[in-house]
Design a protein around this ligand. Sequence first.
Ligand code: FE2
Ligand code: FE2
Length: 474
Amino acid sequence: MTINYSDRIPNNVDLGSNRTLQRALEHWQPEFLKWWEELGPKDFQVADVYLRTATSVDAKGWATYGYVRMPEYRWGIFLNERDPNRRIGFGDNFGQEVWQQVPGEYRATLRRLIVTQGDTEPASVEQQRMLGHTAPSLYDLRNLFQVNVEEGRHLWAMVYLLHAYFGRDGREEAEELLERHSGDADKPRILGTFNEPIRDWLSFFMFTYFTDRDGKFQLKSLAESSFDPLARTCQFMLTEEAHHMFVGDTGINRVVRRTLEVMHELNTDDPQVIRNAGAIDLPTVQRYLNFWFTSSLDLFGSETSSNAASYFANGLKGRPDEAQYEDHIAVEQAYTLELPDGSGGTKSEQIPMRNAMNEVTRSSYVRDCEIGVKRWNRVIEKAGHSFRLALPSTRFRRSIGNWAGVPTTPEGVPMSAEQFTEHKQAWLPSESDQTFILSLMHGVHQPGKMAAWIAPPDRGINNNPVDYEYVKLH
Ligand SMILES: [Fe+2]
Ligand SMILES: [Fe+2]
């Protein structure tokens, strides 16, 4: 399934054979480019960026690398190959043939799921649009832009589905995806987290580690969908998404490494002394982690959800890696939730498994988040320090679900609102933390040079050296 790059819109869906669809998408294309120019990375549209572009959907050798000006990036439509034997993997229709068209009764729901996913993609580009100016190196600048162009492509992926399978409503939704904007007072993005601007690179790394990973789990759920074109679209998006989380994982790792170097050089773990030396003390890293992890937890929705139950029953959205479960019907199982009892304690409650699907997915997500934390802690341990980073409890600082607005310690022990306010400074980024982090943000744009608060990466991109000129500024 090679990708056709001779069409105006690169694709592997034989777009040329459907003139109406092709024309509709070619009509949307200039609107997308206009959006990119207005709300994509600010001031770097003429830079030559060393980017990867998808050339095939094979796991091996699926991309090529080369200098591209971002507005000339070949955004296209790439779906994983169709498996003619694929069957519905869960829910009431388990074992039946998957759908190549949208069943009428699920039309509105599927459209909503696709629009909600699609909305996050351009939203993150908008949130990150100012970061280019303060990139800690050309290597990081390139990675930011790689993430940005691929989020743009993920928008294309969802817009293709809307155009191809949802007729006129789909086309209107596609237009609205370019009309809502992150943080816009009148037309904000659909999900809360995606309306917060990302002003600094510590937040960017936390976002790509924690929030892009939420994206990974949403895509994994949709990759199980009985609506086959959606499943195949999401499977290929996951290939691209992996790099985004790599950027976050290694970014946080490099911040920690640099901090440890400074701690070693100055023989101190005093946060103020470390800050004076231009590095980020580990308690501050922990506070940013607390903030971004918890805000990403909310994206999975409520612990108990009748919507999640019906998505599962109808085969629209499954559990990530559904094949790992033994029972794909999940109608006779229960799930035990630990909920606030309303008087400062907790109580257990059993709910039907299908209603707990958000929580099931959230738990897989938390386990996946742990992997990076362990890796960062190994670096700290090796350097001989007892400090450890940790994920807070899923009860901590929640805005959605049963724990919303219930004050707890990071370990999840309920406490009074007064106690919480008293400790908040130690647990979440304060205004002075943010001022400090922002004070470190200065663009470093010479090849191979790094800002003082971050260690260089272990290796460059695509076997190039770290000091390669990843972005040619003009
Ligand atoms: Fe994405
Ligand atoms: Fe992403």
